[in-house]
Ligand binder design. Sequence first.
Ligand SMILES: NC(=O)c1ccc[n+]([C@@H]2O[C@H](COP(=O)([O-])OP(=O)(O)OC[C@H]3O[C@@H](n4cnc5c(N)ncnc54)[C@H](OP(=O)(O)O)[C@@H]3O)[C@@H](O)[C@H]2O)c1
Length: 291
Amino acid sequence: MKVLILGASGLVGGNCLHHFMEQGAECLGTHFSFATDETVYFNTLALDDPQNGEVIAFNPDVIVHCGALTWVDYCEENPEESYEKTVQSTKNAVDLAESLQAKLVYLSTDYVFDGKRGFYVETDEVNPLSIYGNHKLEAEQIVQRFEDHLICRITNVYGNEVRGKNFIARLVSNMRKGDAMDLKLPIDQYATPVNAYDVARAIYLLLTDGHTGIFHFAGTDYLNRVQLAERIIRYFGHEQVRLSAVTTDELNPPATRPLNGGMSAAKFNALYPHFKWSNVDDYLKQLNELS
Ligand SMILES: NC(=O)c1ccc[n+]([C@@H]2O[C@H](COP(=O)([O-])OP(=O)(O)OC[C@H]3O[C@@H](n4cnc5c(N)ncnc54)[C@H](OP(=O)(O)O)[C@@H]3O)[C@@H](O)[C@H]2O)c1
């Protein structure tokens, strides 16, 4: 299998690149602004960018599109840029997949839901509350018009990544440095954090077996942000870390959040009953052993 991974300098794309190569797939991963030793430049915003040539010549069987602007509050305040980087970039990825007759994998989010229910299944009604959620949904709908696709919805992703910029990685890194920290976190935003490595493993299985359609992925935790930080503090905390629980209303972020978010991976689990989803403790134990 030849796989092109758009956005392999990021969290999910980087894990896909490593795992797929370990499995024997021929892979090409791309970056945009953050060059790495393992990736080549590709701009999803302008397919005719002369520097895109090498990637198009790779002629993949599968394109995994991880390129996006994932900063939810920034998207709320910059809707045109959000549209460009999520909807337009996905239209371009679909055009590329069509022209190369490749399958397209798109990564989406529980922000397509309104957070009234939690543990969302693939058939639940969507109702995004934010610009980011609306644009991710619009991108999903564009992908769905292309027959050979997989849409994998995920939330609160953590794991190993070259820039260590996800929530868990940042907190662990700051606590390891012994930095004083005053954390004010929402106690009413629940989700199912998932390790990017599990996301990569799950996508690889679905690709190998030729599945199409929407799949929800989830780790085995259901946690709010305060509980998530408490887990990290249990392993890496020190006396200078102070944690206060606030409500989302008190924080008043620019973008409205789905409060009872999170996914049920039941559809995936029915296909792969022996697949082991890991949890935040597994990851923190692993990091702790390395320190
Ligand atoms: N992280 C989460 O908690 C989460 C939750 C739900 C859904 N998702 C979805 O999962 C996908 C991957 O997220 P992630 O957390 O891995 O994001 P990430 O770490 O921020 O990575 C995003 C990737 O997109 C690339 N990119 C950005 N603009 C690009 C452009 N114009 N052309 C080509 N590549 C471009 C970035 O490249 P450079 O960095 O090199 O510029 C980076 O490699 C996204 O679609 C996101 O919406 C993530």
